[in-house]
Write a protein that binds this ligand. Sequence first.
Ligand SMILES: [Cu+2]
Length: 146
Amino acid sequence: MKFVRSLFISAALLCCGIASASPLTIDNAYVRATPPHAKNSAAFMVINNTEVREVQLIAVNSDIAERVELHNHIMQDGLMKMREVEQINIAPQGKAELQPGGLHVMFLGLKQELREGQSVRLSLYFDNGEQIIIDAPVKKIKMHKK
Ligand SMILES: [Cu+2]
């Protein structure tokens, strides 16, 4: 009996070791540097999903701003406009690219200036229950307005 039980325990450990390996990784995360007294900024990154099902980014938290939203850009009446989205989908064994002019994490009501060289802590929440915490560097980006 003792042997059977130890077999069971090692099988359980094996199971949980595999289950805790995250199917999600974040690449090239950065936050846009702002001039003094700017109210808004944004974060960009690539989210990779190794899982065989779709995963959704459903929320992001950071203490640098009053509000953090998920946004996309859409073309409306010939103008690029930002719209809040409820989630960002990451396809099975695919990736979501958050980049200037497209999907982004939006910071509204900045509490501080964001200078190049700083880093910003972000907590990313996914619909599979995962939470990923990253420190994204602040970088200057030229925004091309259309
Ligand atoms: Cu936005």
